[in-house]
Design a protein around this ligand. Sequence first.
Ligand code: GYE
Length: 358
Amino acid sequence: MKRKVVSTLLCAAMVSTMLVGCGGGADNAASGDAAATEEGGDAAEGGTITVGFSQVGAESDWRTANSESMKSTFSEENGYELIFDDAQQKQENQITAIRNFIQQEVDYIVLAPVTETGWDTVLQEAKDADIPVIIVDRMVDVSDDSLYTAWVGSNFELEGKKACAWLNAYAEAKGMDEINIVDIQGTIGASAQIGRTKGLEDAAAEYGWNILAMQTGEFTQAKGQEVMESMLKQYDNINVVYCENDNEAFGAIDAIEAAGKTVGPDGDILVMSFDTTKAGITDTLDGKIICNTECNPLHGPRVEEIIKKLEAGEEVEKQAYVEEGIFAHGGDVAEVEIDGEKFEVTEVTQEVIDARAY
Ligand code: GYE
């Protein structure tokens, strides 16, 4: 089913950046769902809303949680028809999926882009077909911002800065005189990789850390392990590995232990990570991952909130960042300061793990 959305309104949509609270947005949307269900299951007065969602793939635990969040939000009971497409980490598959969504005349296209560039042509096609596009998680780098209606996701560079500010404070507290770090990067060209790598490069320049090597682990456990194995063969003085997600960290830990080295606060190598999945913070409680910077995958309710506003003819924020924290093993660093803003560090306990939804 194809319905027109007021495009003048979309053009007038605010371009300011707002902060979406971790729980706040989700809670609001969740109560909205409940109300919709009581009224007979329709998210919109006009009937079922068709959403085509082009998902990156199934490369990580974070991604699985993200897909589940989208599927449970855009369910039949909530008044949606969700066309879910898994692109297996390939941009060409995402472009094909978007073209299929256009042909099927969906009401909304939701895109979690694998990399930032290369979207202008296909998003122009969606625009020409008058189908609003909502970008979620990673960002697109397009010449014309009117090619998408709204974006919601994380501030990846800030995540990188938080992780590095933590490492700097920890190194000072522990009297580490040298940081010899390797970076297992995410998928090259993905916003999550670009921001987290930049955070590290800037910090290394500022604090005088030695970056021994950088290589992509494609956000997967298998590749993370493979890359760590080869880095360990090449360098015998690595004392920190900066993994750009939890699954790479799991692989890196396996590689380090298989090489006869140890991880943890009293071990040979400190493992840093991002995502704070349940499995990730379980390793943080053990000290296997020393610091884990949060990245929230529960975007379903956030995207739904945007769609509900558009359905109601309301303005939507052009870009909205999710609020996120820092989780660490032990309480050596209580807080970090970035550009004048203080961020509290949460010491991982069993309660913190039990409260994690993903
Ligand atoms: O950190 C990683 C996933 O884009 C934020 O993608 C996402 C990243 C996340 O594969 O685990």
